[in-house]
Ligand binder design. Structure first.
Ligand code: AMP
Length: 281
């Protein structure tokens, strides 16, 4: 497994590889868990060269967010990726990615006006910009993203489509702990008591899936179910519970045949997100 830290070296290696092979990229911010590793396995299954990037992207964090304390453990990540037989880790530092005079940003309009984009102003510009940069550096044919970050996934799909990037985006379902909690590097911030409260998020997704299967299509009714469930325990601050169009992310009043239910809330100081796609069988 190669560990590459500079843009130049990565681009040169990718140019060389692309003469005979295809490349699949899995972008991450490290502190890997089974969710990330599922993406890596999906990438490996494709049978091409697998590059995993590890970069805590400063420009996607707001001034009040957790950039400084975001968990990092490169040695552990590298050991996990070695076990998965990853070919290359791209591990640049912030100066390498954003040298002094950096001033070009990618903005995917409209899609960023919903869900997390409302409270995390500038977040998705940071995400789209770093992903565009990673695509130019690693030059992959395929890139794997998790549905856990649903808005991110469709923003990247839109960017790739709008800017004619010749890359196939592969979405991977959310990986959960046995009790339903969506895996996240930020789960390490939760105290046992907070973690217990966090279980209500996935439980409320399940509840809505069940109601949807039974025929409920009114989003106000479904939304209220989630809010009531989350309010069962004190200390869960809901940021949003929305039922949206899966492509435009616009809020729906009545679901026709498909919707994404997306939730963001704060438990203590930790912000957690989760979602599920409701679709007619
Ligand atoms: P992050 O390191 O949080 O930026 O995540 C890197 C990639 O892993 C993104 O595409 C995420 O959507 C994906 N990811 C994070 N958590 C999960 C999960 N529990 N299941 C599936 N994919 C995930």
């Amino acid at each position: 497994m190669k560990i590459i830290k500079t843009v130049r070296e990565m681009q040169q290696l990718s140019d060389e590889l692309r003469k005979t092979k295809k490349i699949t990229l899995v972008p991450t911010m490290g502190y890997l868990h089974e969710g990330h590793l599922a993406l890596v396995r999906r990438a490996t299954e494709l049978g091409h060269v697998v590059v995993v990037s590890i970069f805590v992207n400063p420009i996607q964090f707001g001034p009040q967010e957790d950039l400084a304390k975001y968990p990092r453990d490169f040695d552990r990540d590298a050991a996990l990726l070695e076990k998965e037989k990853t070919d290359i880790i791209f591990y640049p530092d912030a100066d390498e990615m954003y040298p002094g005079a950096f001033s070009t940003y990618v903005e995917v309009k409209k899609l960023e006006d919903h869900l997390c984009g409302k409270s995390r102003v500038g977040h998705f510009v940071g995400v789209a910009t770093v992903v565009a940069k990673l695509f130019n550096i690693v030059k992959p044919h395929f890139a794997v993203f998790g549905q856990k970050d649903y808005q991110q996934l469709i923003i990247i799909e839109k960017m790739v489509n709008d800017l004619n990037m010749d890359i196939e985006i592969i979405g991977h379902p959310t990986i959960r702990e046995q009790d339903g909690l969506a895996m996240s590097s930020r789960n390490t911030y939760l105290s046992p008591e907070e973690r217990d409260k966090a279980l209500l998020i996935s439980r409320s997704l399940k509840k809505v899936e069940e109601l949807f299967r039974e025929g409920e299509r009114n989003t106000a009714t479904l939304k209220k179910e989630v809010e009531d469930l989350l309010h069962q325990k004190e200390g869960i601050n809901i940021e949003y519970v929305n039922l949206c169009d899966t492509d435009t992310l616009e809020e729906l009043g009545t679901i026709r045949n498909k919707a994404v239910l997306a939730i963001a809330c704060r438990i203590g100081k930790t912000r957690l997100i989760d979602n599920t796609i409701l679709t007619e069988a």
